[in-house]
Design a protein around this ligand. Structure first.
Ligand code: NAD
Ligand code: ZN
Length: 259
């Protein structure tokens, strides 16, 4: 393990254009469960309510969303963990091209990575978008309108339906973001996957695009992924423990000069 950490640190030191690709696993140590764990949100709410068709056609489905939002740890003060801060440190070193994330939790931005460097393939749950006028609003502002009996707030501008600005089941991924992520993946020199099963497509194509274009690939995840065999470094462990170790090593290598 220590050897792998050192190896990843050396790759980082030698790279100029790094992309970090994250999934739900980077945020579990912030208290947000990933999809597949018991006790995750789908053990409490009906995923059927979160198809775009149902959401648009049913007030009850929308009520369920607002209830979930009011109760969710996503909004109730989830904070970045050491893995997020380690990624933000890469930005501080001037080596981070961007973060491509499947997460909708805003924690990369909260940890100090600028908004325009976080490509959110699945949107962001902290905003809502009006389906009529397309204006976006911070979800916490709208939540203040949700009362005990869970009213369903509508657009303050045009009274249209407010939808979470995250990609619902059956919805297209944001095409501009997807294109930009693909383009950047093909131009980076190091692509680091953190906390993703790499089984949700098209997001999971990104590391393949990067590797096919010549980038080195590193994977930090608790469990196996289908791309482990293609990676130069695979570290099995908790991102919040591994990544600070990697960045310690990076600092040490940089202060001891070029190798
Ligand atoms: P996933 O749930 O499929 O897989 C998460 C992976 O992270 C697993 O392989 C697991 O072994 C690993 N993992 C869990 N804790 C870890 C830790 N501390 N350190 C390292 N690895 C850890 O997640 P996914 O691949 O991102 O895809 C599922 C979908 O769920 C995504 O589309 C995403 O949009 C959505 N999602 C997002 C959030 C969020 O925003 N935080 C939370 C739940 C689900
Ligand atoms: Zn509107």
């Amino acid at each position: 393990m220590t050897e792998q950490i050192e190896l990843l640190a050396r790759l980082i030191v030698r790279s100029q254009t790094i992309i970090v690709f994250t999934g739900a696993g980077v945020s579990t140590e912030s208290g947000i469960p990933d999809f597949r764990s018991p006790g995750g949100i789908w053990s409490k709410y009906d995923p059927e309510d979160f198809t775009i068709q149902r959401f648009v056609s049913s007030t009850e489905a929308r009520r369920s969303f607002w209830k979930m939002s009011a109760e969710s740890t996503l909004l109730a003060g989830a904070e970045p963990n050491p893995a997020h801060y380690a990624i933000a440190e890469l930005h501080g070193l001037g080596k981070l091209d961007c973060v491509i994330t499947q997460n909708i939790d805003d924690l990369h931005q909260k940890s100090g990575v600028p908004d325009n460097m976080v490509l959110e393939l699945h949107g962001n749950m902290r905003r809502v978008v009006c389906l009529d006028c397309r204006n976006r609003f911070p979800l916490p502002d709208m939540l203040s309108e949700v009362s005990e009996e869970t009213r369903v707030p509508d657009c303050p501008g045009c009274r249209g339906i407010l939808k979470p600005d995250a990609v619902l089941f059956g919805e297209q991924l944001p095409i501009v973001t997807l294109r930009e992520a693909t383009r950047r993946a093909q131009q980076c020199d190091l692509f680091i996957v953190i906390g993703s099963t790499l089984m949700v497509y098209p997001a999971a194509y990104m590391p393949t695009y990067a590797a096919s274009a010549g980038a080195r690939l590193a994977i930090v995840n608790l469990t196996d992924t289908p791309l482990d065999h293609e990676a130069e470094v695979v570290i099995r462990g908790r991102a919040g423990e591994i990544m600070p170790g990697v960045m310690n090593c990076v600092r040490r290598l940089r202060s001891s000069g070029p190798d």
